[in-house]
Design a protein around this ligand. Sequence first.
Ligand code: XMP
Length: 519
Amino acid sequence: MNQAPNPVLVIDFGAQYAQLIARRVRELGFYSELVPHYISADALLAKKPLAIILSGGPASVYESNAPSLASEILSKQIPVFGICYGFQLLAKLLGGEVAQTGLREYGATKISVESNSSLFRNLPSSYQVWMSHGDSVVRAPAKFIVTASTDGTKVAAFEDVAKRIAGVQFHPEVVHCEYGMDVLRNFLINISGLKLNWSTDQVLSDAISKVQRQAGNGRAIVGLSGGVDSAVAAAIVQRAIGDRLTAVFVDHGLLRTGEREQVERDFVAATGVKLVVEDAKERFLSALKDITDPEQKRKIIGAQFIRVFESVAAKLQQQSTEPIEFLVQGTLYPDVVESGGGASAATIKSHHNVGGLPEDMRFKLLEPLNTLFKDEVRSVGKLLGLPTEIVNRHPFPGPGLAIRIVGSVNDERLEILRAADLIAREELTNAGLNDQVWQFPVVLLADVCSVGVQGDGRTYGHPIVLRPVSSEDAMTADWSRLPYSLLAKISSRITNEVTGVNRVVLDITSKPPGTIEWE
Ligand code: XMP
């Protein structure tokens, strides 16, 4: 982990929104980390938190084995804020009462707030919040003042400003909650008395000095995928150690139109990084010949990728007496959380740029983004002067177009998909909707054919699937409601311009139950 400022710790009680709370706190200008509820009190206190936020969660505080909080944490004069389950837990631990009132509240709910409350300072006396609870706090702990209520919940918020403890039944972190960010800010500033400690400038300078400390005089190598994470990681390390970094771009032949050129031209122009482009198309395509199983495709690509990467590193090593000691990875904070930080691991799926690292890997890792969320990475990228086309680029999977061809992969199919994909991307950009969409996979159903009529003749061609999605972090997603006029334009251009395609369909599945990619 980078040397980050003292955190506002979010304790994850299994909430759907725990990561979101940490992100919101950072958006407000305070460094925040997520820890699971089963972290020991010692480990938690060792992080020297400036404040603690207890997340929501699916349990009921009176269930046996309900997750709890070590009582010593509440005696350390650290400001504490409870949300939903966290609010009920505070009530129980501090001597209040929680009950199943039979009155559940889900979704938008009108709340009335006390004007003299520190938590609701300068907010309207009544507004809409977002609720999702069965149990309710029926009595606040002694000396706490109740500062909000709804029709169904008498105690919807409480606070004890002297103790710097407060809580709310609703979810201020979700976008549908009016004034949610104000409530969080009021807790962090009015009640906790914290000073801002997290800005993009600071993130960047901390990351650069951390890499300089870690790398010393060593040399490093970075695999560029063309995506924003590896680009920003590379640019940070390049700022830190200059030309002791070599970037490697493996062209596996599964890229979209223009990707290799973008890295060769725009990224190098913006950073001046030393770049080695390795043409490995033949080797990837022959290894993938006749393979249709998605998992097998992924494994083959992962293995080939590492082989190419190792051979490039070996060649580079021959050119210098200094060994290449470090490998730069664009690992993000959510990836770190997935591998042990969060409590709700079951809902999280991890992906790695290169399909996994070899077990006997002898590189030491440099991971300058491992405290950051994707939107923060984009801000750092902008500050580093990377081109907008790279910074705002939609995520693209390491295995590339191979997992967007349902069926085996060959040159002809790749060409069809590339042409269709380029049209979809061009039209999305022309419509000015690039930033409204998280990702826009275009998929070729290579083993499916349907009958069409084009010109005066019968055709028997492949369908192309459009899969535009909106998402916050790719863990869950919804299909994007793109305007019909745009969809019509894309469909008409693809069927007219791409030989072999006579049908375009729209994927209207959310994730879950679907995934974003088809394979
Ligand atoms: P799914 O398809 O699981 O994808 O909903 C979630 C996000 O991950 C991307 N993805 C990958 N990224 N290597 C990557 O670097 C992979 O093997 C991989 N598989 C999926 C996908 O594009 C989406 O953003």
